[in-house]
Write a protein that binds this ligand. Sequence first.
Ligand code: FCB
Length: 441
Amino acid sequence: MPRATFHFPRGFLWGTATSSHQVEGYNRNNQWWAWEGQPGKILNGDRSGAACDWWGGRWREDFDRAAESAQNAHRFSIEWSRVQPLPDRWDETALDRYREMARGLNDRNMTALITLHHFSDPLWLAEQGGWENERAAELFPVYARKTVEALKEYCNLWVTLNEPSLYAILSYLMGDFPPGKKDLKSTARVMANLVRAHAAAYQAIKEVQPVARVGIAQHYRGFRPATRSPFDRLAARLFHNYLNDAFPRALQTGRLRFPSGNANIPQAKGTQDYLGLNYYTEELVAFKPGRTADLFTRRFYDPAYEVSQGGFIANVPQGLFRALEWCHGYNLPIVITENGVNDSQDGLRPRYLVEHLHQVWRALNNNYPIKGYFHWTLVDNFEWERGWSQRFGLWELDVETLARRKRPSADLYAEICRANSISTEIVERYTPELLAKLFPD
Ligand code: FCB
């Protein structure tokens, strides 16, 4: 077997990603907290509760863990409902707390990548109709400006919106996220308002901080036709168009193409400095006219791939390569803003991690301008409608005691970050089952 080392570029960002509602605890003033309180909304009736207690200060120990593990960057999000608890009230102490966190990263020689909206909305906004109300697109840039003014000393890399198309679809079409609507027209309206909000926030951020690099974190799910049938192909194409492509395309062209909601939003054109990619998996799509609830499809994982606990995520590393190929078509720098797998036993995660990073390396060899990789996630956290059932952390969290325990993948990732490369030796030690695949004769 040949021995080799896959090198990453100098200055490559290695980190993990988190989001406010999932880690902070007691975010009582957003729409998710209210949703969690309603019976039947969250698996097993779980509540976010204290979450990982970051608001109580445990971000410090978790940032220490990340820094000691050779991560040189971290992506976290600001909770809008803390910064602006009421429409006419700004909470400067909350902003101070976030300043402390961002500085905390810098003090540990880590680059901060900050998200301004990661699924959670202030309750007052939800009560005004949330993102269906056009006002949201005017209010968001005001909050963005305020936040960037407060944090600009410590950060110049921003994500305005996390997974805007997934947020719109899960909240307004599938009904899994609050407000639990199932209405295509509302979804289209929300998509358009999110595009407007991003465009206005982009301008606001640039005014406050001309050197800022601003983008979105786009959820990309691979959709491949289950057969060669033209119907399956069309179905896969439509899923790709609307879930993956519509939003960033609108930021490229100023035109949103979405069912029952095409919109010209010229001010959005050219409002991305980089493309953030959240990639987890790829699925097969078969056209099934009778299945209205599933948007006339059956979607499933190719049995050739290993799946995570509960069948949640299939390990399709080549899908990441394909996603990066798609990103490359945008002609922008690329940041992998999320990638990871739920695995409380850490049996699949080491393989998943190494194989996905190997695909990142392949894409870099094609000269795709990939600037960094953020693994989801640092420590187990509150996984939205799936509650505490899904464990994505490099560190395990005991939800009762808040104790953290390192999973083997944390050491594996640390070795890769420290070496800025993946070597035969690392693979031999952590994932020997991949040796023949990654280093073929
Ligand atoms: C992404 C979300 C993130 C987390 C992971 C598992 O879609 O952005 O908050 O839930 O999935």
